[in-house]
Design a protein around this ligand. Structure first.
Ligand code: PLP
Length: 455
């Protein structure tokens, strides 16, 4: 079978699918996970995840002792977090919920980092009691840490700075603009002195943190932000006359190529860019922490969804599928910033052939913009066919939106069993949300609360 893995448009012939996942789609249909009984589901390539973690570790291998944490928000599913823990990752969390998931997944507290711009006193207290590392987002938050910190805490404590190196191509993903809400704005008047003073007053403050941005930020921009942070650490240590800052948390944000199959940039490319921008970073002067999310998971997952109907409207062909804003939220709300590759499959899970036709791929939500791709050239879709949304392993099915009371989709991990002629083995990561669960989340326990008959 000849499959093209990346070409976006074929005038005819086979659909543009990711060939190595074709057998997985077919097996998912065969095992009843996709189709009439499973209108939409997320799939995670467990060997692929292990491979991506391996590439990350390899890229930094020359520097011993790097703590690579996974940004939990990128795939907030406990079995996935446990897989990552099993691969030697730590975990970056930004809410009490994410902290709970990380602990349930088995990450030791010493390998968890708490970031967030709005930590409550209670969250800080718990993190300090557990020994979770905390990066304060502001000098005000540092003052809260002063009040809550027990001198015997084993938590590594740091301060997040905003190196203000500028934004990338997606505004909402750019955390190092002049006016970003994150960290202490490094280039604002008086900021450097205030930061040095904050470290001088707190001998236990030993880490600097920066996360320059996510998707849309070029490598050079991220590297420049890390370089400014490194230089600041050197300046603080020189000013204080003691190497008080012992570790740098350089964040995540490696962009993902959604246009085709190639992984670019790679972690190795990133290490090259970092070395060029901040040659001392890998000298061993500082322990390093990373916080990658999207680049570890995006290409290791996809969404499969059924085509329920097709129709023509105003000369346009529309496929009405079960993959819409509830599972591809960013793509639907910002279609130009987050385009996805889509594959077309028959009801049996075999890639569709035949002439291509420009079609809108729409979702099930009741608003007109619920379309994951406009005018996409694919083999003509029909009722009962399937569409596959590639590169959706991070921030898509794991982070659903409860619009229209649509259920959270099921998520399955898969691997191809060795020695069984390509048998695909699935493991349930999350059941599809039940109607009972939707009712409970929608206030069922308080059904009479507003008509005066509650208690
Ligand atoms: C979201 C986030 C990350 C991960 O970003 P990716 O683009 O998914 O790698 C890392 N650190 C912080 C502080 C974040 O907010």
């Amino acid at each position: 079978m000849t499959q093209t893995t990346s070409a976006p448009h074929h005038k005819d012939g086979t659909a543009p699918t990711v060939a190595r996942y074709d057998a997985v789609v077919r097996a998912a249909v065969g095992q009843g996970l996709l189709g009439e009984g499973g209108p939409v589901a997320g799939f995670i390539d467990t060997e692929g995840v292990r491979g991506s973690v391996g590439a990350l570790h390899d890229a930094f291998a020359a520097t011993p002792g790097v703590l690579h944490t996974f940004a939990a928000k990128a795939c907030s599913l406990i079995p996935v977090l446990r897989l990552l823990a099993d691969c030697g990752m730590g975990c970056e969390v930004a809410s009490p919920g994410e902290l709970r998931l990380a602990l349930e997944a088995g990450f030791p507290a010493s390998r968890i980092v708490l970031d967030s711009p709005a930590k409550t006193r209670e969250e800080i207290r718990l993190a300090l009691a557990l020994g979770v590392a905390v990066n304060a987002d502001s000098l005000d938050e540092l003052r809260r840490v002063d009040a809550l910190r027990n001198p015997s805490t084993s938590s590594v404590l740091g301060l997040r700075v905003n190196p203000q190196v500028g934004g990338g191509s997606i505004g909402p993903m750019s955390t190092a603009t002049d006016t970003s809400k994150f960290g202490v704005a490094l280039r604002d008047p008086g900021a450097r002195e205030a930061i040095v003073g904050a470290f001088r007053q707190r001998p236990w403050l030993t880490r600097l943190h920066a996360h320059v941005g996510s998707q849309g930020c070029p490598l050079e921009l991220i590297a420049a932000g890390v370089a400014r942070t490194y230089e600041l650490a050197e300046e603080i240590n020189a000013t204080l006359g003691v190497r008080q800052i012992t570790s740098l948390d350089i964040g995540g944000g490696l962009p993902v190529n959604f246009a085709d199959e190639t992984v670019r940039p790679t972690y190795a490319d990133y290490v090259v860019a970092l070395t060029a921008a901040a040659p001392g970073l890998f000298s061993g002067r500082y322990e390093l922490v990373t916080e990658f999310g999207r680049s570890l998971l995006a290409k290791n997952g996809f969404i499969g969804a059924r085509v329920e109907y097709t129709k023509d409207a105003g000369g346009r062909r529309i496929a009405l599928t079960h993959a819409g804003a509830q599972t591809a939220t960013r793509t639907v709300l910002m279609p130009d910033a987050w385009p996805l590759r889509i594959g077309a499959f028959g009801p049996d899970g075999v890639p569709k052939g035949g002439p291509v036709l420009a079609q809108d791929i729409a979702g099930p939500c009741c608003f007109a913009g619920d379309v994951v791709a406009y005018g996409r050239e694919l083999p003509e879709l029909a009722e009962d066919d399937l569409v596959v949304l590639y590169d959706t392993g991070a921030y898509y099915f794991s982070t659903p939106w409860a619009y229209n009371s649509l259920p959270r989709p099921a998520v399955y991990g898969f691997r191809v069993a060795a020695g069984h002629a390509g048998t695909v083995m699935f493991a349930t990561v999350r059941e599809p949300q039940s109607l009972d669960s939707i009712a409970a989340e929608s206030g069922l326990a308080h059904v009479d609360a507003l008509i005066g008959r509650g208690d």
